[in-house]
Design a protein around this ligand. Structure first.
Ligand code: PRT
Ligand code: ZN
Length: 283
C-alpha cells in the first residue's frame, strides 16, 4: 500500500483532490483526519502543509507526494520527480520597486532582498556571483520594500497582480514551478509498480487536458481535405453512415484552436458537429 502526502488546504488542495478523483481514487473527505484510506487504489492519503511534504517523502513518512517544485527546490531534500501535473504553475522572481531604474543583476550587489525562498535565492546569487543580503521572512514578503525592511523581494508570482498592487516590478524570473508527483528514493519493487500505475492514470488525465473530442458528419469525398485541417493523434476515426456518400469523422482537437478548426470544417461541408469533453487520453 502506498502512502501519498498532499496539501491539507491551500492552493494545491482542490486540483490535487480533483486529480485523485479523476484517477478513480475515492478519498473520504474528512478534513479533521490526518490520514485517510482511499477506495479504488491501494493508497492512503496523508494531509500535510505543503512545506512539510518534501521532507515527509524524503524520510519515508510518505512514499509519494504532490507538491510545488518550488517547495522541493527550497527544502533541498533528495526525492525523485516522477511527473509534472500541469497545475499550480507559478514562478519565483526577483522584483524591485517600480521606480527603480533597473540596469541588470548587478543592481542586487550589496542590496537586501526579502524572501521565503532563501535557499533557492542563495544558490541563484552564488551562480551569478552576486553578493546580496538575504533576509528570510515567512509571509507578506511583498510589503517588505514599502516598510523599509528590504530593497527588493524574491517571491512567487503567477498573475503578477500582487506585485503591481504593492508598487513592485518583476525583473528576473529565476525558477519555474508547477505541482509535481514526487517519490522517495530507493523504494522497493512493489511500491515502484504501484507508482507506475498511479503515473499511468495521472498521465492520461494530464494529457487529455486542453483537448476536446469532436464528431462530425462529412461527405466521404471531402475527408482528405478535412484531415489536413485537423491532423489527429495518428489518423482520424472514419465510420460510414447509412446515407450514401457520407461518413462520420472523430478527431481530438486542442482547445486553443478548437473554434478556428470547427469553422473551417463547417465551411468545408461538415455537418452535425458535436464537441465533447475528453476525460482521459491513454496513449
Ligand atoms: O498552508 P500551507 O503551508 O500548506 O500553504 P501555503 O500557504 O504555504 O501555500 P499556498 O497554498 O499559498 O500555495 C501552495 C503552492 O501553490 C505554492 O507553493 C506554489 O507551488 C503554488 N502557487 C501557484 C502559488 C501561486 N501560484 C501564487 N500565486 N503560491 C502562492 N502564490 C501567491 C504569491 O506569492 C502572491 O503573493 O499568491 C499571491 C498572488 O499571486 P499573483 O501573482 O497572481 O498576484
Ligand atoms: Zn506552505
Amino acid at each position: 500500500m502506498l502512502r501519498i502526502a498532499i496539501q491539507a488546504k491551500g492552493r494545491l488542495n482542490e486540483d490535487t483532490m480533483a486529480l485523485l478523483a479523476d484517477a478513480g481514487i475515492d478519498v473520504a473527505q474528512s478534513k479533521r483526519k490526518l490520514i485517510a484510506r482511499a477506495k479504488g487504489f491501494p493508497i492512503e492519503v496523508l494531509y500535510l502543509r505543503d512545506d512539510d511534504i518534501p521532507q515527509a517523502v524524503h524520510m519515508g513518512v510518505a512514499d509519494v507526494g504532490i507538491v510545488g517544485l518550488n517547495e522541493v527546490a527550497e527544502r533541498g531534500m533528495a526525492v525523485d520527480e516522477v511527473m509534472r501535473l500541469g497545475f499550480g504553475a507559478c514562478r519565483i522572481s526577483l522584483a524591485v520597486p517600480r521606480e527603480v531604474d533597473y540596469p541588470g543583476l548587478q543592481w542586487f550587489e550589496d542590496r537586501t532582498v526579502a524572501t521565503s525562498y532563501p535557499h533557492v535565492l542563495r544558490q541563484f546569487f552564488a551562480d551569478k556571483g552576486i553578493h546580496a543580503d538575504i533576509h528570510e521572512i515567512a509571509g507578506s514578503v511583498e510589503i517588505a520594500p514599502a516598510v523599509g525592511m528590504a530593497d527588493a523581494i524574491f517571491d512567487i508570482v503567477s498573475s503578477g497582480g500582487t506585485l503591481v498592487q504593492n508598487g513592485l516590478r518583476e525583473v528576473e524570473e529565476v525558477f519555474y514551478s508547477e505541482a509535481a508527483l514526487i517519490a522517495r528514493q530507493g523504494l522497493d519493487d512493489d511500491k515502484l509498480a504501484d507508482i507506475e500505475k498511479l503515473k499511468f492514470r495521472f498521465n492520461s488525465i494530464v494529457s487529455s487536458r486542453g483537448y476536446k473530442y469532436v464528431l462530425m458528419n462529412i461527405p466521404t469525398a471531402l475527408v482528405d481535405r478535412a484531415v489536413q485541417i485537423v491532423p489527429a493523434m495518428r489518423s482520424p476515426t472514419i465510420l460510414p453512415l447509412a446515407a450514401e456518400g457520407w461518413c462520420s469523422m472523430h478527431v481530438v482537437i486542442a482547445e486553443d484552436v478548437l473554434w478556428e478548426k470547427v469553422e473551417r470544417l463547417k465551411e468545408l461541408g461538415a455537418e452535425g458537429i458535436l464537441v465533447l469533453n475528453l476525460e482521459n487520453m491513454i496513449p
